[in-house]
Ligand binder design. Structure first.
Ligand SMILES: [Zn+2]
Length: 400
């Protein structure tokens, strides 16, 4: 089969005009269904009308975020989001070809493939231009539109769109995900082609900018962990001067903190020196000579403390235990009196505990955000799957 890399065939302005026209058409037919037959109670809604309704509800991120959070409270976010195996294999094949040809960068980008029975036309990769608020998905959709309009399209052709992160669901303008669903519907109507949207990572509403869990400190997580229910959580939060989180977020965090669920690593890349800096305060009032000896001991200790870092995952308590069993004394012998050795020991335990707490809270925030993003994409895909199954499939690509 012949594979072609595409160069742009039409001026961009014309493409934009075409896009706008197509968009208007898609929107018009959508608004017609919204104001037209839907009003009559006797007629059941068509798939297209229901899709239009779904898209409107997802265009209200506040409402849909609330829905996702409700789902997170009870589900373990392990539902399937992956593409069918045969479609996945196609993506892997295209991905290999485009990697060989243009070796795209790891960061966010998109490309697309127009598959005809006799040839395969690939175009991209396209990168976002965040300064201009242009996402890569917009460009790939535009170029695909351009390509389809420049050809005598047959209804056995297929469009495969790849994007590293799943298309966004929250944005100042229309989110890419909603735009892409509408465009795939328009392509189906206009050209009879099917569209696949495959991605590597679930981006949810706004990916790494998601801030729903950003204020979860260790104290907050610990408070949720120790509370039996929301009422007792509120009491505990008050006692510890914490601004309470809302009941839904409480439930999501509580569900996440199931025993054995929070396993994390404190790995080799971590620079430990700043974390143990406070230990030096023990020698602040000592003589210059003792200070110098202590500095040397601190240096050796910092090297030896690398042993605390390991790729092996552990629970919060496992990590604390590793700190307790660290042979600290053998690094502070020369310059220390008994009382300062005790102080060093106490400060070391405090510093280590602080580090473990920070890492723990960081992991909780990261994992919850990941779960939220995955669940968001899953819920969206589930919402529209039945209504678009004739012409659209959205899912994650399995690369392993
Ligand atoms: Zn986007």
């Amino acid at each position: 089969m012949e594979r072609l890399m595409l160069s742009r065939k039409r001026p961009l302005l014309e493409v934009e005009t075409n896009m706008a026209a197509l968009h208007r058409r898609a929107k018009m037919s959508n608004s017609q269904v919204r104001t037209g037959e839907v009003a009559g109670e006797s007629k059941p809604m068509t798939d297209s009308q229901r899709l239009c309704q779904q898209i409107s509800s997802w265009a209200d991120p506040k409402f849909s975020l609330k829905r996702v959070v409700e789902h997170l409270k009870f589900k373990h976010a392990s539902e399937v989001i992956d593409l069918d195996q045969s479609i996945n294999n196609k993506y892997l094949e295209f991905h290999r070809d485009i990697s060989e040809e243009c070796s795209p960068e790891e960061k966010q980008h998109s490309w697309a493939v127009l598959e005809k029975p006799e040839e395969v036309v690939m175009h991209g990769p396209y990168y976002p231009d965040y300064a201009e608020d242009v996402h890569s998905e917009e460009i790939v959709v535009q170029k695909t539109q351009e390509l389809l309009q420049s050809e005598l399209v047959s209804d056995d052709w297929k469009v495969y769109i790849f994007t590293v992160n799943s298309p966004c669901l929250m944005r100042n303008t229309e989110p890419c995900m909603l735009n892409m669903v509408e465009m795939s519907q328009a392509w189906w109507r206009e050209f009879g082609v099917k569209t696949f949207i495959g991605f590597k990572r679930c981006w949810g509403f706004k990916g790494t900018k998601e801030n729903l869990f950003q204020d979860l400190s260790y104290g907050q997580v610990d408070c949720v962990d120790h509370a039996g229910d929301y009422t007792s959580y509120l009491e505990l939060a008050k006692k510890t001067n914490l601004t309470p989180i809302c009941e839904s977020i409480y439930a999501v965090v509580k569900n996440f903190l199931r025993p054995g669920n929070v396993i994390f690593t404190i790995t080799k890349e971590q620079d430990l020196k700043p974390h143990f800096k406070r230990m030096s305060s023990v020698y602040e009032l000592e003589t210059e000579m003792k200070k110098e000896v202590f500095k040397q001991e601190m240096k050796q200790f910092n090297e030896a403390a690398q042993l605390l870092l390991t790729e092996r995952g552990g629970s919060f308590e496992d990590h604390l235990q590793r700190g307790r069993s660290f042979p600290l004394q053998q690094h502070f012998r020369k310059a220390s009196s008994n009382s300062s050795q005790e102080q060093v020991q106490r400060l070391f335990q405090e510093c280590w505990r602080q580090l473990v707490q920070d890492k723990y809270a960081e992991l909780v925030r990261e994992k919850l955000t990941e779960d939220l993003n995955r669940r968001t994409v899953q819920l969206f895909a589930e919402d529209i799957a039945e209504l678009t199954k004739e012409y659209l499939q959205i899912g994650r690509i399995q690369f392993s």
